[in-house]
Write a protein that binds this ligand. Sequence first.
Ligand SMILES: NC(=O)c1ccc[n+]([C@@H]2O[C@H](COP(=O)([O-])OP(=O)(O)OC[C@H]3O[C@@H](n4cnc5c(N)ncnc54)[C@H](OP(=O)(O)O)[C@@H]3O)[C@@H](O)[C@H]2O)c1
Length: 250
Amino acid sequence: MKVLLTGSTGYIGRRLKQKLLEDKNIELKLLVRNKNSVRSNLQNKIEIIEGDTFNKDSLKEALKDVDTAYYLIHSLSNENYKDLDKISAQNFLDIANECGVKRVIYLGGLGVKNENTSEHLLSRIETGEILSSNKNVQTIWLRAGVIIGSGSASFEIIRNLTEKLPVMTTPKWVTTKAQPIAVDDVLSYLYNALYLEKKESLIVDIGSEQLSYKDMMLKTAKVLGLKRWIIPLPFMSINLSSYWLNLFTP
Ligand SMILES: NC(=O)c1ccc[n+]([C@@H]2O[C@H](COP(=O)([O-])OP(=O)(O)OC[C@H]3O[C@@H](n4cnc5c(N)ncnc54)[C@H](OP(=O)(O)O)[C@@H]3O)[C@@H](O)[C@H]2O)c1
């Protein structure tokens, strides 16, 4: 099976790359923006295409002869990420269709569209909608919330606050519920989506029990053998809490 992995230098993609390399049934191709970001010992073993989703020629080369393609990218580092994400997903889908790609696997955020949906999540949802909009290309759209694993931003915030502060006065958002999931479980879902015997496009929500950020910090403290007190303050603003995070987390 010929598989294209995008986002292979990212948090999720570089871990998935290792898993895909272990599967002898897979002929792996990577689309990267900078070829030098790939370890030199891999450069002779697998096909690496330099380019990006805004360069259609590089996309054609990357998606040529591919059976399944992973879409693990976003444009969040740009101010106009919402527009860029739409163009990126549409280019990817159009060329996947042109090249006869059978399946696209996408990991987006967990949540639905309503008046409280953040701009960031909205853009992830729009990306999934675009990728799922052509009936000739099956899209398996996995949706995950907080990912627990070393190096994940939300996890590092939880870990650092819990380790450093015996007593925490926190903003109201600590009562917001999320469905955390371990990064290894995310990787299993992404990997197994390759072999799923389904023909139609799917949306699959993944995650564990619903936990508030406060619960997550208290559970983390327990695992670390620490006793912690968390006092939510209703008047603490977003600005104030960002200073707080700047001070106590990397
Ligand atoms: N991390 C999480 O906690 C989390 C939680 C839920 C869902 N997700 C979803 O998982 C997916 C991957 O997230 P991540 O955290 O792994 O992202 P990440 O660490 O920020 O990596 C993003 C990757 O995308 C590549 N990229 C960006 N724009 C590109 C373009 N136009 N063409 C080609 N490559 C491009 C980057 O390449 P360069 O190295 O060249 O910059 C990088 O490899 C996203 O869809 C995200 O919404 C992540």
